[in-house]
Design a protein around this ligand. Sequence first.
Ligand code: UN1
Length: 508
Amino acid sequence: MQSILPLPTQPIKPGTSTGQHFWQSDAAKTIDSYSPADGQLIARVNVSTRADYDRVVETAQAAFAEWRLVPAPRRGEIVRQMGEQFRRYKRELGTLVSYEMGKSLQEGLGEVQEIIDICDFAVGQSRQLYGLSMHSERPAHRMMEQWHPLGVMGIISAFNFPVAVWSWNAMLAWVCGDVCIWKPSEKTPLTALACQQIISEVLRNNEVPEGVSCIVTGGRDAGEWLARDPRVALVSATGSTRMGKAVAEAVAGRLGRSLLELGGNNAIIVSEQADLDLAIPAIVFGAVGTAGQRCTTTRRIIVQERIYDEVKSRLKHAYAQLRIGNPLDESFHVGPVIDQMAVGNYQVAVTEIKESGGKFVVEPGLIDGLGFESDCYVRPCIAEAENHWPIVQRETFAPILYLLKYTTLEDAIEQQNNVPQGLSSAIFTLNMREAERFLSGVGSDCGIANVNIGTSGAEIGGAFGGEKETGGGRESGSDAWKAYMRRQTNTINYGTTMPLAQGITFEL
Ligand code: UN1
């Protein structure tokens, strides 16, 4: 198939913000971005050198000195204008996300919608950076807390949500008065540069200081520069648990702050009292959406033994309807995985499932031939498995669903929690006691727990993130904004005496 984009003759240069001042990197190295949809080379992007990186950080620091002085509602107004730009370019950016990353066009558009939604959310938040006030134990004293801008923040994002996850961080960070340096995944650099271009007009029109929005490109090195750099107050990293542990250690080593969104191993419990007409489509979308490459992807279903055979046969039937093909063609449900390395991981997992004694209910396989020239298309599959198998305990970023059986709800919750990760979870039941138990303190141990909806597709209004090896960070809605600010407690004495707290007397 012909590429939908003309390949620029010169490598594209990342850098700082307004789109007019991309750094002239002297890098000999470039990142080649291939579309997993059709295997075409769609862009060649310069890799930032350490010298580029240092210039970016210095520019960001200078920008922070000014940006923090801009009133928060005014910063919100600038984010509002960015939201307008993303509305204007939704189709173009959504198409590029679909083409560069491989998710279906609907999901690409949905991802841009998440950017628009977080912009709206952040605008409101810009007028609600509330601190508490406290009653002092001393007479004529007042106590309160204020939230101040934090500084330069680094955003390390993953290929699977190449633009939305950046926006959850950046839009909130900007209304909070921070400046952002974004290191996008080396698998999806073009969508990042597109976002920078889309907002550059707003930054220019509002005379926002150069450096409020920066991009550095590269692989592990660039991530490490951010993690080790004491000039970077907060590092928000999305990706594998392995990457997250490395970032967390490096940031903790300098007592910096990190916000981690790492792997998930998300399960849906299907009770005997579930409405299967709701459960089946939720499971299928959760398992095969984004070709199984969401951190919220449904990887395990834990089914009550009395309805196990029925669920199995309904899933088999549903999987037989799945149409796999070019993500830009809206008649297909499932696109490719990101690259051939991901295909390799899928194959390794399939082998391990077989070696562990797993039985495939829906067979795995690679797809080749006309329309599949990128060699990145795999068949979504379902295997009967056991929760304790090492392969089931790991997150394989592919459309592989494990079918597990339970007897009692305690047993189901135990299996659901008994993995190293703790991102998303769900139960399908019409029984109120089961639902409430699942949501209680002795129920799901995940950051997200749902009733009668699947594990993926969280709305931006809630705090997004998970426990255990998922990293503990919370992004997006609720009070996640607090991670992007520093809290200051203030005590003010408006009286004529100097009483000490805790009743201490100190007389001179
Ligand atoms: C991710 O996969 O990193 O809840 C984020 C969801 C999306 C975000 C997923 N809103 O599936």
